[in-house]
Design a protein around this ligand. Structure first.
Ligand SMILES: Cc1cc2nc3c(=O)[nH]c(=O)nc-3n(C[C@H](O)[C@H](O)[C@H](O)COP(=O)(O)OP(=O)(O)OC[C@H]3O[C@@H](n4cnc5c(N)ncnc54)[C@H](O)[C@@H]3O)c2cc1C
Length: 454
């Protein structure tokens, strides 16, 4: 029997781990990749789908297709719900059992509403294609509902968009919402002026992009303001409902009316972390991530490795103190390669090696022509912002996209959008207008449409 390697999750970590067993490096093992979706998703560009800039197939690829030339890989569609470390099995939601000799768990992360899951229906997060479609629908339908609305206060609430969380995703979303309102939609509506839309970015901390150096955070805030985004720092969300949200700042409490709130504030590890803890007694950190050994294995379970966003891993560079690995795609990919290499070492009877993270820096885009870049280089940190940072961000993302076709399509779409300000993915299947709740000051039945102006 050839050793059976099971990889749970085909995101950045799982895909890289499976690819590390291609060719002669995988000649003597069988790999099974199981994922609850049928596609690998390039999450860094998910906000582009949520903001109608790109269509889904441009940033996602069928997993089965990705492994068509790797005969030692079997792809399965299924959600793993339990793991048995003694029997060496994983159980799918439908009860099917998958056997393994070595297990790589790469199930990623999900949203965290900090214990307030009741906010989720009013403020979707952005993690999957379904999330992106829902956000896109809400944004576009808010403009449609505003066009039908006579009452000025209700119209203002419909045209107020709030993004909660000033990390890279929140900044990207807020900047792009502003562009849609200022550049894409004007001229297409007859009763409203989309430029009157207000975009708010609500951040609990003292600055946006907290993982970046302070000067770049400030550049990002300035660039957001230049795009017309109202950035509220030190604003803590205390409630979200169908009509908007409550925030508390040093100045006091405030109610923000909005029909379209997006949550980009918290990340929690996949629930599979808890299943692993129950199966193996491993420790989880506060975000539910699995605390792993230096070689990414579980304490007392050298055949199980946890990688990517699900792992609370440390980088072990000789001569340096251990450093936490950030939850970013290069971290997941590097862990995927390390886990595969360690399994090969185990199969040869050699000792495993500790994970070392190579940190290439941080990028974030704010909108057209604006981004911030913080790169490590042998000569010290290289930091810049503005147009060249945006170009750098653009080509880096196209380069890392999976598939030549996707790279070509994305470049073409962006070039078109750059010259025309158009956003080509605005067709929505479910065109339900935002419902007005009874409690809302904007809850009276929708009046008959006004006749066109002029
Ligand atoms: C909106 C957004 C923007 C981002 N932008 C950037 C960026 O610009 N740069 C950057 O470096 N990083 C970015 N990240 C972070 C980056 O995407 C993650 O760090 C990376 O995806 C982690 O890889 P992973 O393999 O651990 O998990 P993922 O890529 O999330 O993959 C997890 C996979 O596991 C599958 N899965 C989950 N649970 C199960 C289960 N029980 N059974 C079977 N399959 C399961 C999922 O379907 C998924 O395919 C962004 C993340 C998001 C959400």
């Amino acid at each position: 029997m050839r050793p059976q390697i099971l990889i749970i999750g085909c995101g950045f970590g799982g895909l890289e781990a499976a690819r590390a067993f291609s060719g002669s490096r995988g000649a003597d093992v069988d790999i099974t990749v199981v994922d609850k979706t049928n596609h690998h998703l390039f999450q860094p560009l998910l906000y582009q789908v949520a903001t109608a800039g790109l269509s889904a197939p441009s940033i996602a690829a069928p997993i089965r297709h990705l492994f068509r030339r790797q005969p030692n890989v079997t792809t399965l569609l299924g959600e793993v719900v339990a793991i048995d470390a003694q029997a060496r099995t994983a159980t799918l939601k439908d009860g099917a059992l998958l056997r393994w000799d070595h297990l790589i768990v790469a199930a990623g992360a999900t949203h965290s509403y900090f214990g307030r899951d009741d906010w989720a229906p009013y403020a979707p997060g952005l993690k999957t294609l379904d999330d992106a479609f829902e956000i896109r629908r809400r944004v576009l339908m808010a403009f449609e509902a505003a066009e039908l609305e006579d009452d000025a206060a209700k119209r203002a609430a419909l045209l107020q968009f709030v993004v909660v969380g000033g990390g890279p995703t929140g900044v990207e979303l807020a900047g792009t919402f502003a562009e849609i309102a200022r550049h894409t939609l004007p001229g297409e509506f007859r009763r409203i002026d989309p430029r009157q839309a207000r975009i708010l970015l609500v951040e609990g901390g003292p600055r946006v992009l907290a993982a970046m150096p302070e000067a770049l955070s400030e550049r990002a805030r300035e660039q957001l303001s230049a795009l017309g985004v109202d950035v509220r720092l030190g604003a803590r969300v205390t409630g979200i409902d169908a009509d908007g949200l409550d925030v508390t700042t040093a100045a006091g409490a405030e109610r923000l009316h909005s029909r379209c709130v997006v949550w980009a504030a918290g990340v929690a590890a996949s629930p599979l972390g808890r299943a692993l803890a129950e199966a193996t007694g491993c420790t989880l950190d506060r975000a539910g991530r699995v605390v792993v050994e230096p070689d990414l294995s579980l304490p007392g379970h050298p055949r199980i490795q946890v990688i990517g966003d699900l792992a609370a891993a440390q980088s072990h560079k000789p001569g340096h103190p251990p450093r936490p690995v950030p939850g970013v795609s290069p971290g997941a990919k590097q862990m995927g390669r390390c886990a595969a290499a360690n399994i090969r070492r185990q199969l040869r009877g050699e000792a495993t090696q500790a994970f070392r993270y190579a940190d290439y820096g941080n990028l974030a885009t704010i909108g057209r022509n604006s981004a911030v870049v913080d790169l490590g280089s042998p000569a010290g940190p290289l930091r810049f912002s503005g147009y060249f940072a945006w170009l750098f961000w653009l080509f880096a993302h196209v380069y890392f996209l999976i598939g030549y076709r996707n790279r070509f399509v994305v470049l073409l779409d962006w070039a078109w959008a750059y010259w025309t300000y158009d956003r080509g993915a605005r067709v929505v299947a479910n065109a339900a207008l935002p419902a007005l709740s009874e409690a809302s000051p904007a809850s009276a039945s929708r009046p008959a449409p006004r006749p066109p102006a002029g």
